[in-house]
Design a protein around this ligand. Structure first.
Ligand code: ZN
Length: 243
């Protein structure tokens, strides 16, 4: 039992050190990720808008060509109208001319709608440009900051994680599950020493009789108020396992 308690206390110390490192990084990892997500979204939006503009240009060129050829046809029909011999032939050409003119009108209005859309898209792209630039600049700064913090603590973090693995390998499965559960619920601190007859986690008074029991290091005792596992001074003062 004493060994179980020592292992849990060691694990707690390693985790507390890792938590401290994490705290030093503060909100930076989250901020950097959020900035990156925003940038990706805008890049995607911008690309879609640019595609819309490109498609509009292609379509406009095609429409221009079609209108031009329709106009040529109309001219041709008009010239032919002077040469025909019957009214029927004349009327047939007249209908061809009308149809071509209708088609030109349709194409023209379609092109106007398309140009309107392209114009809006162009305005949106222009607005996104500076926004993207600002975000990219901020991302660069924050990311650099984060890399510096990471680099500064890289070795320490690696060492602690390695240590943690070694300790976890020796902790009983049930103990580990209990530890993780309490740690999650209690602000990262699952194992606390009793200091001056009080729980080191919530400072609730621990009755002298229980303190005496605790000093035997042969039972897993929890604080009656906060539920954290209590360890004796002796265990808390000992050189941590694997450190
Ligand atoms: Zn407590």
């Amino acid at each position: 039992m004493e060994n179980r308690l020592r292992l849990l206390w060691s694990l707690q110390q390693v985790d507390s050190s890792l938590d401290e490192l994490q705290e030093m990084k503060g909100d930076l990892p989250g901020i950097v990720k959020e900035l990156n997500d925003k940038i990706q979204t805008i890049v995607r939006q911008k690309k879609e808008l640019e595609e819309t503009i490109k498609r509009a240009f292609v379509k406009r060129d095609e429409t221009d060509v079609e209108i031009l050829s329709l106009k040529e046809k109309i001219e041709k029909y008009k010239a032919q109208q002077f040469q025909v011999k019957t009214n029927k032939q004349y009327d047939t050409l007249g209908r061809e001319i009308d149809q071509s003119q209708e088609r030109i009108a349709t194409l023209t209005s379609e092109m106007e709608i398309l140009e309107g859309k392209a114009g809006v898209a162009k305005g949106d792209v222009e607005k996104l440009g500076p926004e993207l630039e600002a975000l990219e600049a901020e991302f660069k700064d924050r990311d650099k900051e984060l890399q510096e913090v990471n680099k500064e603590h890289e070795d320490e973090e690696l060492r602690l994680n390695h240590q943690r693995e070694k300790i976890v390998a020796r902790v009983q499965k049930n103990d580990y599950q209990m530890y993780e559960r309490i740690r999650k619920a209690k602000d990262g601190r699952a194992i606390v020493p009793v200091k001056r007859n009080a729980c080191g986690g919530c400072f609730n008074r621990v009755p002298p009789q229980r303190v005496l029991e605790l000093r035997k290091n042969n039972a897993l005792m929890t604080c009656e108020r906060c539920g954290r596992v209590l360890v004796s001074d002796e265990i808390a003062a000992a050189k941590p396992e694997g450190l």
